[in-house]
Write a protein that binds this ligand. Structure first.
Ligand code: HEC
Length: 268
């Protein structure tokens, strides 16, 4: 193909225009700001089997009413929770599902569309995408909002369609509002919650339960995490050993290649 000067120039102008547009779009995007509420920090311990069991109990009985956790099968859970198959079936159970089934919700999608106008997302995927701190903040920060069809809203998920399933356990909460920005426009932004009514659990008990749920969700979404932590030091050890060996080979090689003061690239 022959390229004339004009066609080359045209190409460069087009490329320049595209770059300029991208830069402009980028700066426009950056100016659309939303005030971000702070996340509640949390440290989860994937070896804490008591937390994992409590988390499994709440998740498989409360959340699976609406959400699937299709990244896992029931049969994968007993080793994670440190339970035998019999104990798992006795204390946690599969809600009538087959032991080797993936964890799906019993609620049909049509019914969910009727209730909340959308199919709840799969929790394996959510736990992959969201950080433990985000999940923990989300679970503990539902607040009463009469303007919403479900009567609930969430600090980190504005206008969420999930109802406040923790209302009885945690009690209702009211938002702490500040003046901020939502997509660039001034708005009242919820940045935290305060108790409104008492629930069946104390605040500390509920926070612990939410933490256990996050621990379980994280463990299920990252099934190889424990194995990675176990293998990590060995793999690093292997690389250190390889580095030593490679260095020795390097010394051996150069000891032979360099003759006198001459380096190999100078030898004719
Ligand atoms: C009544 C049905 C229902 C129950 C029960 C329920 N959820 Fe939800 N959940 C939803 C719906 C619907 C959404 C989608 C919200 C949206 O996108 O506006 C959702 C969203 C979420 C999200 C945010 C997803 C995202 O897009 O980041 C998380 C996390 C979550 N649920 C966790 C849980 C956990 C954990 C439980 C159990 C304690 C639970 N849910 C119980 C209906 C439910």
């Amino acid at each position: 193909m022959k390229l004339s000067l004009t066609s080359v120039l045209q190409r460069w102008t087009r490329l320049g225009a595209m770059l300029l547009l991208t830069a402009l779009a980028g700066s426009a995007w950056a100016s659309v700001q939303t005030t971000q509420p702070p996340l509640r920090p949390i440290t989860i311990d994937l070896h804490d089997q008591a937390a994992l069991r409590t988390g499994a109990l709440y998740t498989l009985h409360m959340c699976v009413a609406c959400h699937g956790i299709q990244g896992a099968r029931y049969s994968e859970l007993p080793p994670v929770l440190g339970l035998s198959k019999e104990d798992f079936l006795k204390y946690i159970s599969t809600n009538g599902r087959h032991y080797h089934d993936t964890i799906t919700s019993n609620m049909s999608e049509a019914l969910m569309m009727k209730f909340v106008d959308m199919a709840p997302p799969d929790l394996t995927e959510i736990a992959h995408r969201r950080s433990p701190a985000w999940l923990y903040t989300y679970l503990t920060s539902f607040y009463a909002d009469p303007a919403r069809p479900t009567g609930a809203n969430n600090v980190v998920f504005y206008n969420v369609s999930m109802p406040d399933v923790f209302a009885t356990m945690q009690g209702l909460q009211k938002p702490v509002m500040v003046d901020g920005l939502r997509f660039g426009s001034p708005a009242k932004i919820a940045v935290g919650v305060q108790p409104l009514t008492a629930g069946t659990m104390s605040r500390a008990q509920f926070d612990q339960t939410a933490k256990d749920i996050v621990t379980f969700l994280y463990a299920v979404a990252h099934p190889h995490q424990q194995e990675r932590m176990r293998l990590g030091p060995w793999i690093i050890g292997l690389f250190v050993m390889l580095s030593v060996l490679t260095y020795l080979i390097y010394r051996l090689y150069w000891a032979r290649v360099i003759t006198g003061k001459q380096r190999w690239w100078r030898i004719r």
